[in-house]
Design a binder for this molecule. Sequence first.
Ligand SMILES: [Zn+2]
Length: 502
Amino acid sequence: MGADSMRRTGAILLVILGGAALWWAGNGAPASASANDAMVATIAAARERAAANDPRLKGASRFEEGGWIYVHLEGDPGAVGYQHGYLLAPEIEDGFAAVSAGMIHATERDWEFFRKAAHEMLWPKIDAEYQQELQGIVDGLRARTGSKLDVDDLVAFNAFEELPDYYVPWLNKRQKAANAPNLKSPGNCSAFVATGSWTKDGQIVMAHNNWTNYRNGERWRIVFDIAPKNGYRMLMDGFPGVIASDDDFGINSDGLMMTETTITQFEGWDPNGKAEFVRARKALQYAGSIDEYTKIMLDGNNGGYANDWLLGDRKTGEIAQLELGLKAYKLWRTKDGVLAGSNWARDPKVLKVDAPEFDPENKESSPNARRARWEELLNENKGKIDVALAEKMLGDHADAVEKKEDANERTLCGHVDGSPRGVKEWDWQPYYPGGAVQGKATDSTMTKEMRIMARMGHPCGGDFLAKPFLAAHPEYAWQEPYLRDMKAGPWTEFRSGQTPKE
Ligand SMILES: [Zn+2]
């Protein structure tokens, strides 16, 4: 906050406090709770008015459509962060509460543990640019709500995909922790990227649905349009308060298209590496080619949130798959083909050294059953694939094991809450409230114009209702304060520089 706006805030507060003191004196009795609440609300409103005048907010905007919250952020890293923190302050507080509760519950570690890991291990290796952006988020958040969150909280929160399920199991093993919880790397998402003779127009088509628990997934509803001072303009989906897309789906103004699915049963962590959320954000911001993307992801690879990255370059029509283990990795690329993902690694070396427990032969597991369905569905539609068809595929409910329609953990549109089996590879128990929480799709033409399609909620259009679920499954009662209904919105187009509809 500048000195001017600081003085202005101070002046406003003085006036309000002065008024309140007079009111108190005049009454001759203690203020009632409601009067006290009103005073707190007035002070908060004054703080918000003062913060809204901050020059760092210039050019930023927010609107809601189709169940999504769209924010436009621009400028230097501190300004981009400040705008993010300010415009999404209520959603960041809410998302932080849900995510941190999940991290603590799963790992049986307290929040201080994660703050320390963020401060000592992650922060020193974060590029100055992203340190400034993260600090900016804290500043914007505090200006808007008077939040108590600091930068250590925010860094730990940004690492919510990597600290609990990669760092903690590695640490437990090292410390030979007795009775350590059974932590498994997550299996997030179904996705593909296709090009050449596989698509209707011969150009690239890319689609992705995000699999996660419904508690977090229902909050994964932000569309970020970021015009940074340095690097390319980006359009991506994301989570409030997090600087990377994180699920991941995004495009940039140099024609780079990226998504991923997570490697099931990945093991490994390098405490001296650079956080995945930083590398992933940097790659989308600065990579104009598949080679540049690969180089940035490999630089300081810490093994966190290890993914099979699916990439496209609309300038060349080339697509690629970067299977990014920690001890090994492999890059495949083609100008005529399709690359699909549903949480399985396929390079023999990556499987052997980075995901040794994963069984590629078990046809009944969620990753392998979805792999079989992708092969079937994509082959059936060779030469016909476009964005409209991709949207349908993301909502597909064909179970390749049962050979029938049955929305469950084995279908491309995941509904694990309907499965008595759960997903043991991710330690998702029977009827786990998780699955596909939203979907996105785009193609080369749309990318050139910086446009994507996105649908909030299950990509099939089905709703998840928290109350009847919790009544039927009391084993998930701990999630009750955070678990909400997840109702599907319509497929909605978003583009860079968009303004709200009249
Ligand atoms: Zn579905």
